[in-house]
Design a protein around this ligand. Sequence first.
Ligand code: C2O
Ligand code: CU
Ligand code: CU
Length: 530
Amino acid sequence: MSAARFGRRRLLLSVGGAALLAGAGWATNWLVAYNRHELSNAGTLDFTRRLKIPPLLDPSPSGDGSKRYDLTLAPGRTELLPGKKTDTWGANGSYLAPTLRARRGDKVTMNVRNNLPEPTTLHWHGMHLPASTDGGPHQTINAGATWRPRWTVRQPASTLWYHPHPHGSTGSHVYRGVAGMIILDDEESDRNGLPSAYGIDDIPLVIQDKNFHDDGSLDFSETSLSDDIAAVDNMGVLGDTILVNGTYDPYFEVTTRRVRLRLLNGSNARIYQLGFPGDRSFHLVATDNGVLKRPQALTRLRLAPGERAEIVVEFKPGEEAVLHSFKPDLGIGFPDRRFVGGDDTFDIIALRAAATLKDSPPLPTQIAGAPAAIEVPGSAKKRKFTFVGIQINGKTMDMNRVDEVVAAGATEIWEIERGDGWLHAFHLHGATFNVLEVNGREPPAHMRGPKDTAFLPVTGTIKLAVRFDTLTDDKTPYMYHCHVLRHEDQGMMGQFLVVEPGEEGNVSTTLTGGSASHHAHGPQEEESPR
Ligand code: C2O
Ligand code: CU
Ligand code: CU
């Protein structure tokens, strides 16, 4: 998009309401578009297709004592809609990817073969690992090449995920279907009393929205508005069709009194407001990077792209509960909220309880293994990031520019400010944060756990306590960015190095040659962490 066009879009967004007063033809178009932009699948589903559960990938022992996970990315054709074939991409299958399961302390090797027709990368979202193994935009895997990063799992039990991250094409690679879940276990999670039988009472739910053409092919178009009124439609793809684990119209048969749902918003742009009709309550037990100290009773849960949440839902024999997405709480009013999905509602999946249910252990009152709240020393360094349009602090992503340099092991305050009406979700690689404040107030319950991704309030600020890991690399950066994938692809991303304390001022903030143009040609090994 040209700068002029970009500027015009922003301008129109800010005067969205006044736009009604413009020319009559334009206003008619606008009204048509406005009406067309309220999406809902209510009443269109019968919940007749059994939820697909992504298979768990069995690792193979590898010579060096690590567990080796073999992943092959390839194109394929998938029946996503009944009776239609869709060209898709996947890992070890034609759509989505297997669930990877590992334990704290495990040495893992990811053996990633790229059989896609173009270069990609594979990023381990939420993982604490050496920057060279992170799978961000610098770790390109060319078509036909294999990438073999290794690291040691050194973080608490949590639900992470993995997806491509090639600069400029993350949105299309994820939309085509490359995404999978990662489940990390540890000693506490073995005995924390939460449902944990994968696919039985511990269920991965990868929630995605898509648009399809009539022939079943994926519709990549980023707006259904005529060009004249595309002003406020800046999110990229907002689909009218919901898939859960690649299943259209899904149901899951509940066989136990309590079920843990591991929710992942794997959508490019859509923000969901999950809950059940009738305000049935459920318990939040974990956020992005680990479990909460105590289960939190909730009736609604907002999930921005890239965020995860684990909830426990209780069932009575024979009942059905439909997980629903209500109009999301975006903090945006008429008319703009309509164009960013703010008026959309969806049925997600029917959870159908069998006539008799196996007993489940009671929900624990304290969850073992909850990471301690991040303590912020008085001397903590503060950094401020302003998100406006597709820029962070007035800049777009430059693969050769290091934006921030952080001392290994540091705890810092990061303030993320949203300076306009666009929707953004802040994500940081290789570190965990706690949200301290949302617009100066205590964050809502669902934002209080250990996190790596957070929704930004409209023209407001979130204040984060970020704890950086101790792994250092003075040449390979980690990323922070907006997880609305169109924004990320257009450059709403910055890079930071983590270096030995005291070395912050001594490293080059220009990445020449080496890192920025470092591509994996053919099989290659990465160093394992210290
Ligand atoms: Cu889920 Cu930098 O990404
Ligand atoms: Cu990430
Ligand atoms: Cu954004």
